[in-house]
Design a protein around this ligand. Structure first.
Ligand SMILES: NC(=O)c1ccc[n+]([C@@H]2O[C@H](COP(=O)([O-])OP(=O)(O)OC[C@H]3O[C@@H](n4cnc5c(N)ncnc54)[C@H](O)[C@@H]3O)[C@@H](O)[C@H]2O)c1
Length: 263
């Protein structure tokens, strides 16, 4: 299927590493021009270089998405460079603690909600007027199955992502009449460098044999018996932000090997 993304302008947040970087490269490979956002300027530069090395076009946007004024500046610069933003992917996030809610640091909790929920809301606020004016737009928000079914030791992160899901559905109802689609991709465990790093630390703590036994136990929670790869998420994002998905809005698509089957 040709997703016809050639010439589209896509902005991906948190694209300086992991899944966001993979999505940005996926858009570029599909012929889109990409605005690469991340708070980590070095990561942004790496992604821009990688896109240019594969013959694509990209602009760096090293901005903290929890800062509304900075986000508005980023969208204005993107419009200067490329004329508009057709596609926004809200992917940036952080999971700063993996601990029971009562042991979490309130300041860390506030930061997670600021980045994940307010960051998504700020970027949406900044791109929507242009999309409404042009009568065209795609917004794709990355959630997590932790938000769909709950996850102990990730209460703050899950709460922020749950807010992203509700926000997406509400805005989809508000702007559908302007030919703007808003959907959510909800990954299960996915082998991004972030997850691989956490697993390496766990392996060190538990020892190889115990870690392997644990990983096998985790896989048994997945009917397809595999942990997701970044391309599994990218494929879903490219489809949902293309016109092939023009009749789909306000939906949450889990990319999770069947881990949770939410009605
Ligand atoms: N890897 C998984 O198993 C998994 C599972 C479910 C959902 N997800 C979601 O997928 C997305 C990508 O996760 P990942 O595994 O690639 O993690 P990651 O940590 O590699 O990527 C997140 C990126 O967001 C950036 N970021 C953080 N705060 C920011 C800010 N204020 N402004 C701009 N950028 C900021 C980080 O610098 C980082 O590059 C996240 O939304 C995450 O919640 C991941």
């Amino acid at each position: 299927m040709d997703l016809q993304l050639t010439g589209r302008i896509a902005l991906v947040t948190g694209a300086g590493s992991g899944i966001g970087q993979h999505i940005a490269l996926g858009f570029a490979a599909a012929g889109a021009k990409v605005v690469v956002n991340d708070i980590n300027a070095e990561g942004v530069a790496q992604t821009v270089d990688a896109i240019e090395a594969q013959g694509g076009e990209a602009r760096a946007a090293p901005v903290d998405i929890s800062d509304l004024a900075a986000v508005e500046g980023m969208i204005a610069k993107a419009a200067e460079a490329f004329g508009r933003v057709d596609i926004l992917v809200n992917n940036a996030a952080l999971l700063s603690e993996h601990t029971m809610y009562l042991e979490t640091d309130p300041a860390a909790c506030e930061r997670e909600i600021r980045v994940i929920l307010f960051g998504t809301m700020h970027c949406t606020r900044a791109v929507l007027p242009g999309m409404i004016e042009r009568g065209y737009g795609k917004i794709l928000n990355i959630a997590t199955d932790a938000a769909r079914v709950g996850q102990e030791r990730e209460a703050n992160y899950s709460a922020a992502k749950g807010g992203v899901i509700s926000f997406s559905k509400s805005i989809a109802k508000e702007v559908g009449r302007h030919n703007i689609n808003i959907n959510v991709v909800s990954p299960g465990a996915t082998n991004s460098p972030m997850r691989i790093g956490l697993q390496e630390a766990l392996k060190e703590k538990l020892g190889e044999a115990q870690w392997l036994a644990r990983e096998e136990k985790v896989k048994r929670l997945y009917p397809l018996r595999r942990i997701g790869e970044m391309e599994d998420v990218t494929n879903a994002v490219l489809f949902l932000t293309s016109d092939a998905a023009r009749q789909i809005t306000g939906q949450v698509l889990s990319v999770n090997g069947g881990f949770a089957m939410v009605g």
